[in-house]
Design a protein. Structure first.
Ligand code: ADP
Ligand code: DP6
Ligand code: CO
Length: 384
């Protein structure tokens, strides 16, 4: 009966509601780099607050290298909060949802009273944000979940995009990093450039002291370089979250490491960074990577993140350093087979030459600075 009243309607078609000036889409786009830890975070003290059993320290990579680009949008015309990763909508499970909510709700609660939306020439008040669902879309320019800290760049960019959208303000220094931490632990360190420490915290009941802070000025050790060797871009079988959960419950070595090894190493590495002492920096970095992977082997059932190629990179670096009679390169591996080599600017070409010679496919694919690659190739040919 109802249909007969409207004979002109096409049954299978429906009107698409496009946003009108009265329902504008507010948006902000940011980019955040990944960071690679020299002293590793592995093991949670509180899974609810996502806090670690030990301090950690990393170097945030240059924005030009590995990064996530994220757009956060808000509109009254959206029906629910959504997340896209590399072009695909993420079907959030309980764990992802909790991380996502902690970041969105955490930053939205810090929104400015009034935000000037220049594009739409309107002012949005804090309470209005609550009425608008948020859509977040992110792209990584490097392999996701392959042990190159995509979760770090990803959640740092997610938090930063919301900060930009809501024009959020911290109530205390490090509050944004405490929120990013709830997305992914390693993400709290990606909000700052250069060498960054994540202090485990735990003095305060709400873990608001579990935050990241730069240990030196971003420009302090400009000569430091990171070379990324992508051995495999496959997604790892054991996520970092799952892996460390099993390690905490089964590895006695992890317990020992957190209590008796890391505190001393944090002091050593911070001193090495202050003094630009690559010899000490490199040694501590390599030893800590090795101990982290030893705790993975000590986990029951054991977890193997490094593969045969990873192990041969370890050998190559030690042979190189022995030949040089000093530490010129240091390897570190996160939860995956991919190697990150730290070196100094003056050894960069020499190191790349070695890499290109022994791992031509790795070099071709991922030493993406063609100028540098050419120089390294010539160096390798000359040196035979
Ligand atoms: P990785 O070593 O790459 O950090 P993890 O196991 O720690 O691997 O985390 C991978 C997970 O992080 C992905 O499955 C995804 O849920 C999340 N993630 C990665 N990149 C992003 C991003 N750009 N935005 C939001 N979440 C992301
Ligand atoms: C080996 O930060 O990815 O890269 O907090 O569960 O998201 P969640 O874990 P995540 O773990 C990183 C582990 C590591 C070491 C490090 O980055 O410090
Ligand atoms: Co991660």
């Amino acid at each position: 009966e109802h249909e007969q009243d409207h004979p002109h309607q096409v049954p299978a078609a429906f009107k698409i509601q496009l946003p009108t000036p009265s329902t504008p889409i507010h948006s902000a786009t940011v980019s955040a780099p990944t960071n690679i830890a020299c002293i590793k975070y592995w093991g949670k003290a509180s899974s609810h607050y996502n806090t670690p059993i030990n301090d950690s320290l990393s170097l945030t990579l240059d924005q030009a290298d590995l990064r996530a680009v994220t757009t956060a949008s808000c509109c009254k015309c959206f029906t629910e909060d959504k997340l896209w990763l590399n072009g695909k909508e993420v079907q959030m499970n309980a764990s992802t949802l909790k991380r996502f909510r902690a970041c969105v709700d955490g930053i939205r609660a810090l929104a400015s009273d009034k935000v000037d939306d220049i594009t739409h020439q309107i002012v949005v008040t804090r309470s209005e944000w609550e009425t608008m669902p948020v859509h977040i879309a992110s792209y990584n320019n490097f392999p996701t979940a392959a042990g190159l800290a995509s979760s770090a760049a990803g959640y740092a960019a997610l938090v930063a995009s919301l900060v930009a959208l809501y024009d959020a303000r911290e109530e205390y220094p490090g509050q944004f990093s405490a929120i990013a931490r709830q997305g992914s632990g390693s993400a709290c360190r990606s909000l700052y450039g250069g060498f960054v420490a994540w202090r485990a915290g735990g003095e305060r009941e709400d873990w608001s002291d579990s935050i990241a802070e730069p240990v030196v000025d971003e420009m302090h050790w400009e000569e430091i370089r990171a070379v990324i060797l992508v051995v495999s871009n496959k997604e790892k079988e054991t996520s970092s979250t799952k892996g460390m959960e099993t390690s905490v419950t089964t590895s006695r070595l992890l317990e020992y490491r957190a209590k008796h090894v890391v505190p001393q190493r944090m002091k050593e590495i911070e001193k090495a960074i202050q003094e630009k002492d690559f010899e000490s920096f490199g040694k501590v970095t390599m030893m800590d990577s090795n101990q982290f992977h030893a705790t993975c082997l000590d986990t029951y059932p054991p977890i193997f993140y490094m593969n045969d190629v990873s192990k041969s990179v370890v050998t190559m670096v030690h042979v190189y350093n022995e030949w040089a009679e000093e530490i010129r390169a240091a390897y570190t591996f996160d939860a995956g087979p991919n190697a990150v080599l730290y070196t100094l600017e003056k050894y960069q070409v020499e190191l790349l030459a070695l890499v290109l010679r022994y791992y031509p496919e790795v070099g071709e694919g991922y030493v993406n600075n063609s100028e540098l690659r050419k120089e390294a190739m010539e160096f390798a040919l000359e040196a035979g």
